[in-house]
Design a protein around this ligand. Structure first.
Ligand code: PLP
Length: 351
């Protein structure tokens, strides 16, 4: 049985959160002398002297309208990376509790676990298709496992995980299942957002860093039940999303059509890139991708990586990652950028 109260670290359960000036009074007033802000103004936009809304309600309501999820079921983070850190700190007792990950996958789950002195159990994806090893996961779970991180589409392999497999884990694990959907906009698979109402132990992560084209703003979203969000709100820094980011994200959300057009362009260019790569000598394997990048197995990957780097083209060398020997991860570029890449690869001296 999923029991949120029991899952939260005892010190967090009993924590009395910091109560900021802006959260204690949120009504209408004309004189604000409660937060030691600069009453005379700001050298920039006139309201930058004021602390921002700690719970970012305007922004959350706008996202709620687009995603059809309640604003109370969201926590905004300074990048999804902050969301990952908050989840680990809320649920994993350092030195005792553990997370489970399925490598090769996003590196930050492990990094934040280690920063928090939380153990990491690894059950690699199946070598044949980069799908979940359900039996392996079942065998690796212990009473100390609090969080399972699943990434779909997965970074760096690019594939989406089978929906039914994720559902099996959601149905059988009493801890929290985090589904990281950083690349969901490029995928043929449906988001798990619609499953939030059915699974109290589900957390979905999304980000403005990829399809939304706003990596510089640092804005990630945790979607979960209101009670889980309540726990995370207790421990987040009060003003973790700055006013400029909130303002710019609101503007970006008005440009949904533009963003959707970029997504379509990216997906189309992805096919062109895959076709081009398949004609490159040395390319042994192009893994199926549902993301805005592709994992490619290529002879002498590290030498190819260095050759490209010396020509001013940077890709990600994943050769040292489990199951990724001789693999490069290549982000889908513009047609011009991809052409430069393909031309360089064709000129690589194979001998
Ligand atoms: C890029 C990426 C993110 C985004 O992280 P931000 O901190 O929001 O920029 C999250 N998860 C995965 C798997 C990623 O590849």
């Amino acid at each position: 049985m999923f029991d949120l109260e029991k899952l939260v670290r005892p010190n967090i359960r009993s924590l009395k959160p910091y109560s900021s000036a802006r959260s204690e009074f949120s009504g209408v007033a004309s004189v604000f002398l409660d937060a030691n802000e600069n009453s005379f103004g700001s050298p920039l936009t006139k309201w930058y002297n004021r602390y921002p809304d700690p719970l970012q309600w305007e922004l959350k309501r706008k996202i709620a309208g687009i995603k059809s999820v309640p604003a109370e079921g969201m926590l905004l983070g300074n990048g999804s990376d902050e969301c990952i850190d908050l989840l680990i700190r809320a649920f994993c007792e350092p030195g005792i509790d553990r997370i489970l990950i399925c490598p090769p996958t996003y590196g930050m789950y492990e990094v934040y676990a280690h920063i928090n002195n939380v153990g990491v159990d690894e059950v690699p994806l199946r070598a044949a298709d980069f799908q979940l090893d359900l039996e392996g996961i079942e065998g690796a779970l212990t009473a100390a496992t609090k969080l399972i991180f699943l990434c779909s589409p997965n970074n760096p392999t690019g594939n989406s995980l089978y929906r039914e497999d994720i559902e099996v884990i959601l149905n059988n694990f009493d801890g929290i299942v985090v589904v990281d959907e950083a690349y969901i906009n490029y995928s043929r698979s449906r988001s798990f957002l619609t499953e939030l109402k059915d699974y109290p132990n589900l957390v979905v992560l999304q980000t403005f860093s990829k399809a939304w084209g706003l990596a510089a703003l640092r804005l990630g979203i945790t979607y979960a039940s209101a009670p889980i969000i309540g726990v995370l709100n207790k421990i987040k820094p009060p003003y973790n999303i700055n006013a400029a980011t909130q303002e710019l994200a609101l503007k970006a959300l008005d440009k949904l059509d533009e963003v959707n057009a970029m997504i379509r362009e990216t997906v189309q260019e992805r096919s062109t890139l895959l076709e081009g790569l398949s004609a490159v000598a040395g390319v042994q394997q192009i893994f199926p991708t549902d993301a805005n990048f592709v994992l490619v197995r290529i002879t002498d990957a590290t030498r190819v990586y260095e050759y490209l780097r010396d020509r001013g083209i940077i890709v990600r060398n994943r050769s040292n990652v489990v199951l990724c020997d001789d693999c490069l991860r290549i982000t889908v570029g513009t047609p011009e950028q991809d052409q430069k890449l393909l031309t360089a690869l064709k000129e690589y001296p194979n001998a």
